[in-house]
Design a protein around this ligand. Structure first.
Ligand code: TXD
Length: 315
């Protein structure tokens, strides 16, 4: 039975998600947007490439929540992206209203789906979505850590002149300036990174990773990164749909893991057919744990700002 994947938001990331999912034949695609023409136009455009790439899936563009019924996976990119000079947190006011509307649509029409949030400010938006929708926390997850880890690995591969595939690493914490790249948990051809790179170079790469999104926003001027974010979201959806049980850095609900409760933040999780099946607790050094807690505190503080905007979140 073919899976049904709904994409709420048919913009830069949504359209790229639809194309990647089609080429990988992960499932039939419903592309939803409040601007119906964008959803319909992109769905039809991708469908017209079927003969070229030979994938066999159905695509539908819509602005009607009825069409999302019984989705297996829903990926949310509805929202506005940053403009140069803006932080991800600056998007809170606008995107909180949007995610509330999206949560209502999903709660009413497809409450049993596995939901991947991408909209920024990611950690607070995914947490707000879970509270607004009431979907179980194992079925609500945020995409950021895979993207941040991918940026970190790419910059390292360029510096060390090694294939990206030879690097194992991860970035934890919130998807913002306090994110926590993990050099002491990074291997290059199975050797510890810290034996292969000077501290000054490593610090520059960590800083560039933290600012990876802003660097692209500066180049694009209108809009933010979308190819790598979409590829990252597809990896999560694929692990769920094919029950791959991959361990992936994602924004997941913490209920005491890493000493943190009742907040979403980037941690390694196992994603399979039950959604977020486990939060993996890796051994963190004192400084790493301190940095992780600084990052989760930043998420908690921004969520307090979200509650000031909408008291419905204060549950
Ligand atoms: O790592 C990450 N999580 C981030 C997330 C990586 C990159 C970008 N990140 C964020 O994703 C970005 O800051 C935005 O908040 C979202 C979406 O970025 P995108 O580049 O796709 O934005 P677009 O191209 O503006 O697309 C957003 C679409 C657009 O077509 C709107 O019409 C639609 O969202 N939209 C809505 N759809 C449904 N319902 C509502 N209410 C709605 N409002 C806008």
């Amino acid at each position: 039975m073919k899976k049904k994947i709904t994409l709420i938001g048919a913009g830069q990331i949504g359209g790229t998600l639809a194309h990647l999912i089609s080429i990988k034949e992960l499932g039939d695609v419903v592309l939803f947007d409040v601007v119906e023409g964008v959803a319909k136009g992109k769905a039809l455009d991708i469908a017209q490439s079927t003969a070229v790439d030979g994938f066999d899936i159905n695509l539908q563009g819509t602005s009607n929540y009825e069409d999302i019924k019984n989705s297996d996976v829903i990926i949310i990119t509805a929202g506005v992206p940053r403009k140069p000079g803006m932080t991800r947190d600056d998007l809170l006011g606008t995107n909180l209203k949007i995610i509330k509307q999206v949560a209502e649509g999903i709660k009413k029409n497809s409450p049993d789906s596995f939901v991947i949030c991408i909209t920024n400010p990611l950690d607070v938006i995914v947490m707000a979505f879970q509270k607004y929708s009431g979907l179980p926390t194992n079925n609500v997850v945020g995409m950021a850590g895979i993207l941040d880890s991918s940026r970190f690995k790419y910059f390292l591969s360029q510096e060390l002149k090694v294939p990206v595939k030879s690097i194992q690493s991860l970035v934890l914490g919130g998807h913002g300036d306090t994110m926590v790249p993990m050099p002491n948990h990074t291997l290059v051809n199975k050797k510890p990174l810290t034996q292969l790179i000077k501290k000054e170079k490593l610090d520059l790469i960590i800083d560039r990773t933290r600012k990876g999104g802003a660097e692209i926003v500066k180049y694009l001027e209108k809009g933010s990164a979308f190819y790598a974010p979409a590829a990252s979201g597809v990896e999560m959806a694929e692990s769920y749909i094919k029950n791959l049980k991959k361990t992936l850095p994602c924004a997941a609900y913490l209920n005491g893991e890493y000493g943190v409760k009742n907040v979403y933040a980037g941690v390694p999780v196992i994603i399979g057919s039950e959604g977020v099946e486990k939060v993996v607790e890796i051994e963190l050094e004192k400084k790493e744990l301190e940095n992780f807690k600084i990052s989760t505190k930043a998420v908690e503080d921004l969520f307090s700002a979200a509650i000031k905007i909408d008291k419905d979140l204060d549950s």
